[in-house]
Design a protein around this ligand. Structure first.
Ligand SMILES: *Cc1c(COP(=O)(O)O)cnc(C)c1O
Length: 230
Protein backbone atom coordinates (compact mmCIF):
# COMPACT_ATOMS: atom_id res chain seq x y z
CA UNK A 1 0.00 0.00 0.00
CA UNK A 2 2.74 2.46 0.93
CA UNK A 3 4.58 1.89 -2.34
CA UNK A 4 1.44 2.42 -4.35
CA UNK A 5 0.60 5.59 -2.41
CA UNK A 6 4.09 6.91 -2.88
CA UNK A 7 3.92 6.37 -6.62
CA UNK A 8 0.59 8.13 -6.79
CA UNK A 9 1.84 11.14 -4.83
CA UNK A 10 4.94 11.20 -7.02
CA UNK A 11 2.74 11.25 -10.11
CA UNK A 12 0.69 14.14 -8.72
CA UNK A 13 3.84 16.05 -7.88
CA UNK A 14 5.04 15.51 -11.43
CA UNK A 15 1.75 16.76 -12.87
CA UNK A 16 1.68 19.81 -10.61
CA UNK A 17 5.20 20.67 -11.76
CA UNK A 18 4.16 20.22 -15.37
CA UNK A 19 1.05 22.40 -14.95
CA UNK A 20 3.07 25.19 -13.46
CA UNK A 21 5.87 25.01 -16.01
CA UNK A 22 8.40 23.77 -13.49
CA UNK A 23 10.90 20.99 -13.75
CA UNK A 24 10.26 17.95 -11.55
CA UNK A 25 13.79 18.29 -10.22
CA UNK A 26 12.90 21.62 -8.57
CA UNK A 27 10.64 19.94 -6.03
CA UNK A 28 11.73 17.53 -3.30
CA UNK A 29 9.08 15.16 -2.04
CA UNK A 30 9.60 14.57 1.68
CA UNK A 31 7.90 11.45 2.97
CA UNK A 32 6.75 12.34 6.48
CA UNK A 33 7.17 9.08 8.37
CA UNK A 34 6.43 10.27 11.93
CA UNK A 35 4.73 7.61 14.07
CA UNK A 36 5.20 5.04 11.29
CA UNK A 37 7.35 1.92 11.66
CA UNK A 38 10.60 1.34 9.80
CA UNK A 39 8.94 -1.43 7.79
CA UNK A 40 6.74 1.14 6.12
CA UNK A 41 9.71 3.39 5.52
CA UNK A 42 11.43 0.52 3.74
CA UNK A 43 8.36 0.08 1.55
CA UNK A 44 8.50 3.76 0.63
CA UNK A 45 12.23 3.41 -0.10
CA UNK A 46 11.53 0.59 -2.49
CA UNK A 47 9.11 2.84 -4.33
CA UNK A 48 11.83 5.47 -4.65
CA UNK A 49 11.58 7.63 -1.52
CA UNK A 50 14.90 8.80 -0.12
CA UNK A 51 14.01 11.90 1.92
CA UNK A 52 12.08 11.44 5.15
CA UNK A 53 10.65 13.93 7.60
CA UNK A 54 10.25 13.43 11.33
CA UNK A 55 8.96 15.75 14.03
CA UNK A 56 10.26 14.07 17.18
CA UNK A 57 13.94 13.98 17.99
CA UNK A 58 14.00 10.58 19.59
CA UNK A 59 12.10 8.96 16.75
CA UNK A 60 14.37 10.57 14.20
CA UNK A 61 17.44 9.25 16.03
CA UNK A 62 16.08 5.72 16.29
CA UNK A 63 15.13 5.52 12.64
CA UNK A 64 18.38 7.14 11.57
CA UNK A 65 20.22 4.46 13.52
CA UNK A 66 18.27 1.56 12.12
CA UNK A 67 17.89 2.46 8.45
CA UNK A 68 20.49 2.68 5.66
CA UNK A 69 22.75 5.72 5.90
CA UNK A 70 22.04 6.82 2.34
CA UNK A 71 18.62 8.10 3.39
CA UNK A 72 18.15 11.80 4.04
CA UNK A 73 16.39 12.94 7.20
CA UNK A 74 14.73 16.28 7.77
CA UNK A 75 13.60 17.63 11.12
CA UNK A 76 10.24 19.25 10.46
CA UNK A 77 8.78 19.56 13.95
CA UNK A 78 9.18 22.01 16.81
CA UNK A 79 12.65 21.63 18.28
CA UNK A 80 13.67 22.22 21.88
CA UNK A 81 17.09 23.67 22.49
CA UNK A 82 18.18 20.84 24.77
CA UNK A 83 17.65 18.35 21.93
CA UNK A 84 19.55 20.23 19.27
CA UNK A 85 22.66 18.15 19.90
CA UNK A 86 20.91 15.02 18.68
CA UNK A 87 19.63 16.59 15.51
CA UNK A 88 22.71 18.41 14.22
CA UNK A 89 24.66 15.81 12.26
CA UNK A 90 21.64 13.60 11.68
CA UNK A 91 19.06 15.84 10.06
CA UNK A 92 20.26 17.32 6.81
CA UNK A 93 17.86 20.23 7.10
CA UNK A 94 16.03 21.68 10.10
CA UNK A 95 12.77 23.20 8.86
CA UNK A 96 11.49 24.61 12.11
CA UNK A 97 13.75 27.39 13.34
CA UNK A 98 11.64 30.17 14.78
CA UNK A 99 13.80 31.88 17.39
CA UNK A 100 17.26 33.31 17.65
CA UNK A 101 17.96 31.24 20.74
CA UNK A 102 17.29 28.05 18.83
CA UNK A 103 19.45 29.22 15.92
CA UNK A 104 22.25 30.04 18.37
CA UNK A 105 22.09 26.57 19.88
CA UNK A 106 22.21 24.99 16.43
CA UNK A 107 25.20 27.16 15.60
CA UNK A 108 27.04 26.18 18.79
CA UNK A 109 26.46 22.51 18.11
CA UNK A 110 27.49 22.79 14.46
CA UNK A 111 30.72 24.55 15.44
CA UNK A 112 31.43 21.82 17.98
CA UNK A 113 30.86 19.11 15.39
CA UNK A 114 32.70 21.07 12.68
CA UNK A 115 29.84 20.99 10.22
CA UNK A 116 27.48 23.39 8.50
CA UNK A 117 23.90 23.19 9.73
CA UNK A 118 21.28 23.97 7.12
CA UNK A 119 18.13 25.57 8.44
CA UNK A 120 14.84 27.04 7.30
CA UNK A 121 13.00 29.78 9.13
CA UNK A 122 9.49 28.70 10.07
CA UNK A 123 6.97 31.44 9.41
CA UNK A 124 3.46 31.41 10.84
CA UNK A 125 1.95 33.03 7.77
CA UNK A 126 -1.62 32.35 8.79
CA UNK A 127 -0.93 33.73 12.29
CA UNK A 128 -2.66 30.79 13.91
CA UNK A 129 -2.35 30.93 17.70
CA UNK A 130 -1.67 27.23 17.96
CA UNK A 131 1.26 27.22 15.57
CA UNK A 132 4.94 27.84 16.02
CA UNK A 133 6.85 30.12 13.70
CA UNK A 134 7.75 33.79 13.48
CA UNK A 135 5.27 36.25 12.10
CA UNK A 136 5.80 37.52 8.58
CA UNK A 137 6.77 40.93 9.94
CA UNK A 138 9.35 39.42 12.28
CA UNK A 139 11.02 37.12 9.78
CA UNK A 140 13.56 39.53 8.36
CA UNK A 141 14.92 40.52 11.73
CA UNK A 142 15.33 36.91 12.83
CA UNK A 143 17.01 36.08 9.54
CA UNK A 144 19.44 39.01 9.81
CA UNK A 145 20.42 38.01 13.32
CA UNK A 146 20.71 34.28 12.58
CA UNK A 147 22.68 34.91 9.39
CA UNK A 148 25.75 36.09 11.31
CA UNK A 149 25.97 32.94 13.42
CA UNK A 150 28.88 30.64 12.55
CA UNK A 151 28.29 27.30 10.81
CA UNK A 152 24.64 27.97 10.09
CA UNK A 153 23.27 28.36 6.60
CA UNK A 154 19.79 29.81 6.13
CA UNK A 155 18.46 28.03 3.06
CA UNK A 156 14.91 29.37 2.93
CA UNK A 157 11.51 29.41 4.57
CA UNK A 158 8.95 26.93 5.81
CA UNK A 159 5.30 27.27 6.75
CA UNK A 160 2.56 25.01 8.03
CA UNK A 161 -0.68 26.13 6.44
CA UNK A 162 -4.01 25.73 8.25
CA UNK A 163 -5.95 22.53 8.01
CA UNK A 164 -8.59 23.13 5.35
CA UNK A 165 -10.89 20.97 3.28
CA UNK A 166 -10.46 22.97 0.09
CA UNK A 167 -6.75 23.36 -0.71
CA UNK A 168 -7.49 26.53 -2.69
CA UNK A 169 -8.05 28.24 0.65
CA UNK A 170 -4.34 27.92 1.34
CA UNK A 171 -3.20 29.37 -1.97
CA UNK A 172 -2.88 32.91 -0.51
CA UNK A 173 -0.78 31.51 2.35
CA UNK A 174 1.65 29.87 -0.07
CA UNK A 175 1.73 33.01 -2.17
CA UNK A 176 2.60 35.09 0.89
CA UNK A 177 5.48 32.82 1.84
CA UNK A 178 6.82 32.97 -1.71
CA UNK A 179 6.54 36.75 -1.71
CA UNK A 180 8.37 36.97 1.60
CA UNK A 181 11.18 34.82 0.20
CA UNK A 182 11.45 37.04 -2.88
CA UNK A 183 11.49 40.20 -0.75
CA UNK A 184 14.20 38.83 1.53
CA UNK A 185 16.28 37.58 -1.38
CA UNK A 186 16.30 41.08 -2.85
CA UNK A 187 18.01 42.37 0.27
CA UNK A 188 21.08 40.25 -0.50
CA UNK A 189 21.87 39.42 3.10
CA UNK A 190 25.18 37.59 3.50
CA UNK A 191 24.83 33.87 4.19
CA UNK A 192 21.09 33.92 3.42
CA UNK A 193 19.73 31.93 0.52
CA UNK A 194 16.08 31.82 -0.30
CA UNK A 195 16.26 28.74 -2.51
CA UNK A 196 14.10 26.48 -0.39
CA UNK A 197 10.38 26.96 0.19
CA UNK A 198 9.01 24.13 2.31
CA UNK A 199 5.23 24.28 2.07
CA UNK A 200 2.35 21.95 1.29
CA UNK A 201 1.18 18.75 3.00
CA UNK A 202 -1.15 15.91 2.03
CA UNK A 203 -4.19 18.14 1.61
CA UNK A 204 -2.61 20.92 -0.39
CA UNK A 205 0.80 20.02 -1.81
CA UNK A 206 -0.28 20.41 -5.42
CA UNK A 207 -1.44 24.00 -4.84
CA UNK A 208 1.81 24.64 -2.94
CA UNK A 209 3.84 23.43 -5.92
CA UNK A 210 1.86 25.69 -8.22
CA UNK A 211 2.79 28.56 -5.92
CA UNK A 212 6.49 27.78 -5.84
CA UNK A 213 7.14 25.13 -3.18
CA UNK A 214 10.53 23.46 -3.57
CA UNK A 215 9.82 20.96 -0.80
CA UNK A 216 6.50 19.36 0.02
CA UNK A 217 5.97 17.35 3.20
CA UNK A 218 3.55 14.49 2.67
CA UNK A 219 2.67 12.07 5.46
CA UNK A 220 -0.89 10.75 5.36
CA UNK A 221 -0.95 10.63 1.57
CA UNK A 222 1.92 8.14 1.62
CA UNK A 223 1.67 6.26 4.92
CA UNK A 224 -2.03 6.56 5.70
CA UNK A 225 -3.69 8.10 8.71
CA UNK A 226 -1.65 8.39 11.89
CA UNK A 227 -2.92 6.82 15.05
CA UNK A 228 -1.85 8.70 18.14
CA UNK A 229 -4.13 6.69 20.40
CA UNK A 230 -3.49 3.78 22.78
C1 LIG B 1 2.86 15.75 10.13
C2 LIG B 1 3.45 16.87 9.35
C3 LIG B 1 3.33 16.91 7.94
C4 LIG B 1 2.57 15.88 7.14
O1 LIG B 1 1.20 16.03 7.29
P1 LIG B 1 0.16 15.20 6.39
O2 LIG B 1 -1.05 16.03 6.41
O3 LIG B 1 0.00 13.89 7.02
O4 LIG B 1 0.75 15.11 5.03
C5 LIG B 1 3.93 17.96 7.29
N1 LIG B 1 4.62 18.91 7.94
C6 LIG B 1 4.76 18.91 9.28
C7 LIG B 1 5.54 19.99 9.93
C8 LIG B 1 4.18 17.89 10.02
O5 LIG B 1 4.33 17.90 11.35
Amino acid sequence: MVGENYREVEERVRKACERSGRSRSEVTLIAVSKTKPVGMIREAMEAGACVFGENKVQELCEKWEELPKELHWHMIGHLQRNKVKYVVGRAELIHSVDSLRLAEEISREAVKKKLQAKILIEVNVAEEESKFGVRVDGAEELIRRAAVLPNVCICGLMTIAPYVTDPEENRPIFRSLKKLAVDIKKKNIDNVHMDVLSMGMTGDYEVAIEEGATMVRVGTGIFGERNYGI
